[in-house]
Design a protein around this ligand. Structure first.
Ligand SMILES: [Zn+2]
Length: 134
């Protein structure tokens, strides 16, 4: 899977990550989806209501509202972004939630080393996606 990101969105996610550090920042990603490529067109920053440095949770009503609004604009839900004050790899908690979110892409930015990585659960295995920034 290729995850296509716009530079302005990457900057926005970096700023949000720095602002929230060491609490995990989070956002929802929307855009165009095809079989092998997801192209992010809209980033909706969300509040981590756990205010935690190891977990995140977004108000489900806000997730539902953001998805409805994005669909009205012609975008599909692509996945979730969150930051880690640790390496940009899914935690055991993330894996649990990845199972609930089906084929959503999980974009993670490390607020310690600045590494950005994306993952998807395919056949219950974590696969790293290729990130392209334009
Ligand atoms: Zn995580």
């Amino acid at each position: 899977m290729i995850l296509q990101l716009q530079r302005r969105h990457v900057e926005l996610l970096k700023q949000e990550t720095e602002r929230m550090h060491p609490v995990e920042a989070c956002a929802m990603l929307f855009g165009k989806l095809s079989k092998n490529e997801a192209s992010v067109e809209k980033v909706e920053v969300a509040e981590n209501r756990l205010r935690s440095s190891t977990r995140f949770e977004v108000d489900p009503a806000k997730v539902a509202a953001a998805i409805t609004e994005a669909e009205k604009e012609g975008y599909e839900f692509i996945g979730l972004f969150h930051s880690h004050p640790a390496p940009a790899a899914p935690s055991s908690v993330d894996l649990k939630y990845m199972r609930l979110w089906g084929d959503a892409l999980w974009l993670i930015l490390s607020s310690t080393d600045g590494k950005l990585a994306a993952y998807q659960l395919i056949d219950d295995k974590i696969k790293e996606a290729t990130i392209r920034i334009e």
